[in-house]
Design a protein around this ligand. Sequence first.
Ligand code: G1P
Length: 288
Amino acid sequence: MKPVRKAVLPVAGLGTRVLPGAKTTPKEMLNIVDRPILSYIIAEGRAAGIEHFIFVTGRGKQAIEDYFDHHIEMEAQLAAKGKTDILEAVLADLPKPGEMSFVRQMSPQGLGHAVWCARDIVGDEPFAVMLPDMLMHAERAPLAQAIDAYNQVGGNVVVVEPAPEGETNKYGIVALDGREGRLNRMTGMVEKPPLGTEPSNLFISGRYILQPEIFNLLSDQAKGAGGEIQLTDAMVRLMALEPFHALEYEGTTYDCGDKIGLLRANVAYALQHPELGQAARAAITALL
Ligand code: G1P
């Protein structure tokens, strides 16, 4: 079985649900306590053994590339002033040479189209997709849990979790061949099913392990829900050729593409922060 070495991060989205905050700052760069969302996502990927991150970006997203590069002046100043702890924090997220690639999705045509834009950089090997909106907190990195599952069953693996009551129509929903334990064979998938037609309450929450055959299917994938080229629709076609498993990972998900989700993530990560946790608890309690 080929190892999962590369991860595709679709970051071209406008962040409509977190405007105007995301007007000039890409939504993936919004802060959670003391770091941008993407910093946590990259840490999760590295903890899962990812060697190469492929960002599918778009106009107005230059801040992402700049964040993952040296800021010579700032670094020189921090060094000159002896602020080594801050300097170390600034340098920690930087990639090794060649660890990151950036490709532009030139018009918003959906998640499936975004992933397809990475086809040449991924090549002929299994790869991960990480949706950076979805911040996942767990003892073992959620993507590592997905890769563990992939190493066990092969094929394609999709991380899922129960959708909030009455919200299955906002997500990709999976159908399972029985539900026993956390890893189950899938029999179907549907993107944003009308309420009452969902095959289960389990939604695709943002981490995937996919085989490269998905790219051929994406190349002629018809538009689906919302008039967009949906990754879910291409995965349904791939399921006729290769097995898919759904993994209910262990951990907590925060949808940072949403104002309240972003707030929840900030509060939760602040309370768990090794240095700021106590002060955060006092500050939050004082507000109640
Ligand atoms: C995308 C996927 C969907 C998934 C969701 C998770 O939808 O198409 O299957 O459940 O992300 O956030 P979007 O949020 O782009 O509409």
